[in-house]
Design a protein around this ligand. Structure first.
Ligand SMILES: NC(=O)c1ccc[n+]([C@@H]2O[C@H](COP(=O)([O-])OP(=O)(O)OC[C@H]3O[C@@H](n4cnc5c(N)ncnc54)[C@H](O)[C@@H]3O)[C@@H](O)[C@H]2O)c1
Length: 445
């Protein structure tokens, strides 16, 4: 049986693992396999990334260059742009992006491109796993027909599964090995082989009955976050209107030892997952005539947060008898979350664009992002990139308003409250002591 052949290869570490797409998800995964004595080959379309890996250099914060170098030097890890090497792999894991089209519909073209490369070289004895987040049905409705189009048969010749990635960039407590992995095969044999593969590198594997369940589980996880963040954001706006401290309210509610889970408001949602994934679910629901109202509502509330932040800046300046037009506004942090260098979908981009549309002179400081590029949706900002400024005394003192958009831990908040005049804190970065000692006016979300 093909399943047993693959499982035996995995168990004796003879299986060669191909990872397609060496980004935030694929690079840690390939590194983990190499660290557990498998031969891992990373497949990239970006020549520069492949060259960096082969030179032992990491470009992802959570993966240390020394770890890459050790595996590359030991011959257990290499990267290539030549997809012919897929023939040599016994297990192939797809970790390519799954963005949205402008219409907010799923764009699975990267998955299709990767699958096309596999299809051209598919051979008997291969296990193919999709990790990219996608709508339920992608693995068995889209990938399976492509792979069976070669004439090879599922279970007889190859196996196919879905296993969602849950990596949390910048979180030192949870890395690939200690995040439980959900695995769902298109067939039982596929589930078993894929579970066996992941159990070599992950402490806990949770097998489910189908690829669709695994696909839906991932979307539930991220939709749950989007909806609850939406609730926290609505609460923040409501508390602002009622002049109640949102953060104190959440802290108090969180003392309940059951039936409550704290979520926090913020300037808007960012990253590759939370703003995008729920759309994959609602799109698929629409195909079946189902309207997912929670998803739509959460998106509406979350996407209004940049406007609310701009309103707080405007309110603060107004109290100082200042106009937005011509005001110097300094953003602290532009990454979508604390202590990482990722600005994909970051609300900072929308906030800057909206501030500029009101005539503000905007600058930013972010220790992780030297340059900020805008796309054509940011009508006031497209063109030249903005560069991070040094956070010196003069910069703080001459800003009419400082907006904490991302609460990076290395920012000297004490100096900011000592020298700043007006601070909008969207992340509760300034604790009670700092707020008490501050001579600045502080407006919190
Ligand atoms: N970043 C996260 O925190 C995270 C967490 C969980 C799940 N995911 C999901 O994992 C998937 C990958 O996300 P990511 O953050 O790693 O993306 P990424 O953009 O960081 O990396 C994707 C990589 O794939 C490469 N690529 C694109 N097309 C390719 C192709 N045809 N062949 C080979 N390489 C190709 C790109 O050059 C890039 O290096 C997405 O579906 C995402 O939703 C991401």
């Amino acid at each position: 049986m093909i399943k047993n052949e693959i499982i035996n290869l995995i168990k004796d570490r003879g299986a060669r693992i191909g990872v397609i797409g060496l980004g935030y998800v694929g690079l840690p995964l390939a590194t983990e396999f190499a660290g557990k004595r498998f031969k891992a080959i990373g497949f990239e379309v970006d020549e520069n990334k492949a060259a960096q890996i082969n030179a032992g250099r990491s470009y992802i914060g959570d993966v240390a260059s020394e770890v890459i170098k050790t595996s590359v030097d030991a011959g257990r890890l290499r990267a290539t742009t030549n997809f012919d090497d897929l023939k040599d792999c016994d297990a192939i894991v797809i970790c390519v992006p799954t963005p949205l089209r402008k219409t907010k519909e799923p764009d699975v073209s990267f998955i299709l491109a990767a699958a096309e490369e596999i299809k051209k070289r598919l051979r008997r004895g291969q296990l193919v796993i999709l990790e990219s987040t996608t709508y339920p049905g992608t693995t068995d409705e889209v990938l399976l027909p492509m792979l069976e189009g070669t004439g090879l048969k599922l279970d007889e010749d190859f196996l196919l599964a879905f296993s969602p990635e849950r990596v949390d960039p910048g979180n030192p407590d949870f890395q690939t090995h200690n995040i439980p992995k959900v695995v769902g095969g298109v067939t039982d044999d596929s589930t078993e082989a894929a579970s066996c593969l992941y159990s070599q590198i992950v402490n806990q594997v949770h097998s489910v009955s189908s690829a669709r369940v695994a696909e839906a589980a991932k979307l539930l996880e991220n939709t749950f976050r989007a909806v609850n963040i939406g609730m926290a954001n609505e609460m923040a706006r409501l508390c602002y209107a009622l002049n109640i401290d949102t953060w104190e309210v959440i802290r108090a509610a969180a003392t309940k030892p059951f039936g409550f889970m704290a979520f926090y408001p913020g300037p808007g949602i960012g990253g590759h997952c939370i703003p995008l994934d729920p759309h994959y679910l609602s799109w698929k629901a629409r195909q079946h005539g189902f309207d997912s109202r929670f998803i739509g509502l959460a998106e509406e509330v979350n996407s209004r947060m940049p406007d609310h932040v701009v309103q707080l800046v405007s309110d603060g300046l107004n109290d100082d008898r200042k106009a937005m037009n011509g005001a110097r506004v300094l953003l602290l942090g532009v990454a979508y979350k604390r202590d990482i260098d990722d600005v994909r979908e970051s609300p900072a981009l929308s906030i800057i664009d909206r501030l500029r549309s009101k005539g503000c002179e905007v600058s930013y400081h972010d220790p992780f992002e030297r340059e900020l590029h805008f796309d054509e949706t940011h009508t006031e900002s497209s063109g030249a990139p903005l560069c991070s400024v040094e956070l010196n005394n003069e910069q703080i003192e001459t800003s009419d308003c400082i907006v904490i958009v991302t609460n990076h831990s290395q920012i000297d908040y004490r100096r900011v409250v000592e020298l700043g005049r007006l601070i909008v804190d969207t992340r509760n970065a300034l604790n009670g002591d700092l707020r008490r000692e501050s001579s600045a006016r502080i407006i919190r979300l």
